[in-house]
Design a protein around this ligand. Structure first.
Ligand code: AFD
Ligand code: MN
Ligand code: MN
Length: 422
């Protein structure tokens, strides 16, 4: 593993930081509220997707940088590096079979030695694996052939048992199933077969597990997806039972969809399972969280803070799902975690009783004033204070660069395969 001795925060940094904290306290006008927010920020840990530690690429090409991980051990080590910097990434979400490993017991020891745990495990029935007995070309859990559906069900059951061995407590199911042409699918029978397959998977869930069911309006199918929207996911997870919940992937909505309202509706029925955080302009762009729509992210967190206030036992899966093409994957992930924490910190500043007071009076301007006052408060010092209290660094990106972590990874692992094109 790459040996990194992190520089400590400088005196200048620390004096700047204490000035910044005092200005937030002045802006908020309530020191207790600020320290409560810092306490909650320390608790929020974001799972890092194993598939985002290297360059993802698109169907038009992949331009990998250097030193990217080429084994699950190296992916675990990369998450540990992130967590040493930000102390907010203490778990990894695996993708099976990409992350299947012979030496799993060794990897469990490695993760434990690095204080990392395993979050949700993701199944993969959107690709055919070598020597696969049946093809997923025309779908998996929805397929017209029972043998294909059974293969996909068995794969999900295998993923659950791998996850159990790792201490994971959730299975994420995202289906690429759908149709490209009108007439290809009978919508109702495809949905019914999918529910039937999911029920068999659900029946093998350990009692303390959750099935997280994603939805997506298009891609890789372009005319219809079997689970295209939150309503279909909600319909399915409601049929399956209490251990099935909907997973909201921010990039899985058509442009201008009101995601914060979906989050609130799912919370209303206790069917919000968690998130795949990312950002996007038009489609499932999987780019850095908060890089385009920070206000949307803040509004989502406002619903979450209200939801957590209503139900202190609300237990969600907080995960990133991103694919990096032109930025350093580790820098991108550091920025994404920071953006999530900033949105959370801003949402913690809103006085929801005051907001309700003005909502009940239909004083819409004042409602907006309350929200935008919080959104316009620079809370980075709170996020930094929470990180420093946990033993993280003053500035993760700066520290990543000053300590030449990428250069060290390149010298240890070499420059990865050349850029690929069509
Ligand atoms: C793709 C899918 C979906 C899934 C992820 C990991 O759109 O978001 O969760 O891959 O399998 O982004
Ligand atoms: Mn996703
Ligand atoms: Mn996606």
């Amino acid at each position: 593993m790459t040996k990194i001795d992190l520089n400590q925060s400088t005196k200048e940094e620390m004096s700047k930081h204490s000035r910044a904290i005092s200005s937030v306290v002045d802006a908020v006008g309530d020191e207790n509220k600020v320290s409560r927010a810092i306490g909650k920020l320390k608790q929020l840990q974001i799972a890092i997707p194993s598939w985002a530690l290297g360059t993802g690429g698109t169907r038009f090409g992949r331009f990998p940088g250097g030193g990217e991980p080429s084994s699950l051990a190296q992916k675990i080590e990369d998450v540990a590096l992130l967590n040493r910097l930000n102390k907010s990434s203490s778990s990894i979400s695996l993708h099976i079979p990409w992350d299947k490993a012979e030496n799993i017991e060794e990897l469990k020891k490695l993760a434990k030695s690095l204080d990392l745990s395993f979050d949700a495990v993701n199944s993969n029935t959107f690709q055919d694996q070598p020597n696969q007995s049946y093809s997923y070309k025309y779908g998996s859990l929805c397929h017209t052939d029972k043998e294909v559906r059974q293969l996909a069900v068995n794969h999900n059951k295998e993923v659950i048992s791998i996850g159990e061995n790792l201490g994971s407590k959730a299975l994420t199911v995202w289906l690429a199933d759908g149709s490209i042409f009108p007439g290809q699918h009978d919508f109702k029978s495809a949905l019914n077969r999918t529910l039937d397959s999911l029920s068999e998977i659900y029946s093998s869930l350990p009692p303390d597990w959750t099935m997280l069911l994603e939805y997506k309006p298009y891609e890789p199918n372009f005319y219809s997806m079997v689970i295209p929207d939150w309503g279909t996911s909600y319909l399915l997870v409601s049929e399956l039972g209490d251990q099935a919940k909907t997973l909201v992937d921010l990039g899985h909505h058509l442009p201008n969809t009101n995601i914060e309202q979906i989050v609130s509706t799912l919370l209303f029925k206790n069917k919000l399972g968690g998130f795949h955080f990312n950002d996007s302009k038009y489609g499932d762009d999987d780019i850095t969280v908060g890089s385009l729509k920070p206000y949307q992210l803040f509004l989502i967190f406002c619903e979450l803070v209200k939801g957590m206030d209503d139900d202190p036992n609300l237990d969600l899966s907080w995960m990133i799902d991103a694919s990096h093409n032109i930025k350093d994957p580790l820098e991108d992930l550091l920025q994404s975690v920071e953006a999530i924490k900033i949105a959370y910190a801003q949402a913690l500043l809103v006085d929801y009783n005051e907001l309700a007071f003005y909502q009940n009076r239909n004083d819409i301007s004042q409602c907006q004033e309350i929200l935008q006052e919080a959104f316009r408060t620079d809370v980075r010092a709170l996020v930094r204070e929470a990180r420093l209290q946990l033993g993280g660094v003053y500035d993760p990106i700066k520290s990543f660069r000053e300590n030449k972590i990428r250069e060290k990874l390149i010298s240890e692992r070499g420059v990865n395969s050349k850029a690929t094109g069509l």
